[in-house]
Design a protein around this ligand. Structure first.
Ligand SMILES: [Zn+2]
Length: 467
């Protein structure tokens, strides 16, 4: 036994109990009362602390090209920041290039991630080209390699049309893959953008209005219908509106394997942020929605119709956000020239656990949303996402009494601001272990560049709404 975490309160998705947790060779080797240390065991006193599985962030964009720049956090900065917020595995997005077979896309991106990642990681593949049978069939190579999850964009020029989306869904059903979708109505979004700009409406508020509740909700409904037609499961990423939430619930009530992810920014902020002075810092897609939508998403969390919480972490600097005022070439900018995305990778678990600590949800629910459900959905529950003998020792010690105010200065990523500045959390992670190795303690990152490894996932076959 290498490590013994003694006297803490273990929290899993199902239950809460006092127990010691033993770690041997990076894996959980025992959970029980009064476990005895060996001569060489490091013993950690966890009295008064919660002992939790490390979080799995199912949605990040590290070093991602977007809007004429690249997101600020590379694989090192992003995973370092993750570790300091109790996240021990991140799923990053690969964007398939036109004509690129899926396996080549994985290798191209892993060449960037492998030398830098400080916590374990895996990928979803953003599909942009399935226009030949060979490219469509190459999805199966990715599944065999251990990357069985794909994403399609119903919006953006690099996204797919409904025909390609449908083909990807059909293929996924055959090969044991999960399809995620960024659901916003591209055509309506483009029409609204053109109309607002013609009317001289250029500030960040109009980003929200051009991607309003209905623009997202319509696409959610259509995506669910396409999945039903193809007879397969669907994972709606970053769900942020009431109409979509209701469509997910209705499909699940009918027995369809439809799953939804939301993000802390939709649970904490509303569209009112787009009236702030630096509204452009809050520009992400989908944008924050109105209070009615926020209430519906919280209700979806409580009813179990939201399966996961993830961050959509994709930070840009304030100078880049200012391209909404003046473009890099000196000409006037508008809401379409603001790079889309915000930092959040270090805030997800602390925020959700704080909401649990304040009594809004249970700690078990926070663990389920941030760790256990992502591991089941994405095919890595054989090694991660829970505290169970035999699984990787990805463990977070959480102090429910430590109060914390989020400031960019206290974050560990590379960007120069956070939309969470000043947010007050009740309780905070005090230590993070990745495969038994201490990577974060008392505000300090202790891990190393390149120590994270690529996690291969099992094929995904979801037939019912239950995980
Ligand atoms: Zn995203």
């Amino acid at each position: 036994m290498d490590l013994l975490i003694k006297g803490g309160t273990v929290v899993t998705a199902e239950s809460t109990f006092k127990a010691d947790v033993a770690v041997t060779n990076g894996k959980i080797s025992a959970i029980g009362s009064n476990l005895k240390a060996d001569k060489n065991t490091e013993v950690v006193d966890a009295k008064g602390k919660l002992v939790l599985p490390g979080a799995i962030d199912g949605h990040t964009h590290l070093a991602m090209p977007f809007g004429g720049t690249i997101s600020t956090d590379d694989y090192y900065d992003g995973t370092k920041s993750a570790a300091c917020g109790g996240t021990t595995t991140v799923f990053d997005f690969i964007l398939q290039q036109k004509g690129e077979p899926m396996l080549d896309a994985i290798k191209r991106r892993d060449a960037l991630a492998a030398p830098d990642a400080a916590v374990d990681y895996s990928f979803h593949i953003g599909v942009s080209d399935v226009t030949t049978p060979e490219l469509l069939d190459s999805m199966e190579d990715a599944v065999k390699f251990g990357i069985p999850s794909f994403k399609v964009f119903m919006v953006y020029d690099f996204g797919v049309d409904d025909g390609s989306f449908y083909q990807v869904l059909q293929k996924a059903a055959k090969i044991g893959a999960l399809v995620g979708v960024h659901a916003e109505n591209r055509d309506v979004n483009n029409v609204l953008i053109a109309q607002y700009l013609a009317e001289g409406k250029t500030d960040a508020w109009w980003h929200y209005m051009s991607k309003n509740e209905s623009v997202e909700g319509e696409a959610d409904v259509r995506a669910i219908n396409l999945a039903k037609m193809a007879g397969t499961s669907l994972y709606i990423v970053h769900l942020a509106n009431k109409q979509g939430m209701e469509a997910v619930r209705a499909a699940r009530d009918e027995g369809y394997p439809i799953f939804a992810e939301t993000c802390p920014q939709y649970l904490y902020f509303t569209s009112e942020v787009y009236k702030r002075e630096r509204a452009r810092d809050f520009v992400c897609s989908p944008p924050m929605k109105n209070k009615e939508s926020q209430d519906a998403i919280w209700a979806g969390i409580k009813s179990g119709d939201i399966a996961t919480v993830a961050t959509d972490h994709c930070p840009f600097t304030q100078a880049e956000k200012d391209w909404g005022i003046t473009k890099p070439d000196g000409t006037p900018g508008n809401f379409t020239t603001i790079p889309n995305g915000c930092a959040g990778i270090e805030n997800m678990y602390p925020y959700m656990l704080s909401e649990a600590n304040k009594g809004r949800i249970t700690f078990n629910k926070a663990v389920e949303l941030c760790a256990t459900n992502p591991s089941k959905l994405f095919g890595l529950d054989y090694c991660k996402g829970a505290l169970r003998v035999g699984l990787d020792a990805d463990i977070v010690l959480y102090d429910p009494k430590k109060n914390f105010t989020i400031t960019n200065a206290a974050m560990h990523g590379a960007t120069d601001h956070t939309i969470w500045e000043g947010a007050k959390l009740k309780g905070y992670p005090v230590a993070t272990y990745c495969r038994g190795k201490l990577v974060f303690k008392d505000g300090e990152f202790l891990g190393k560049r390149g120590e994270g490894k690529l996690i291969k996932c099992k094929p995904i076959k979801l037939k019912t709404p239950e995980l």
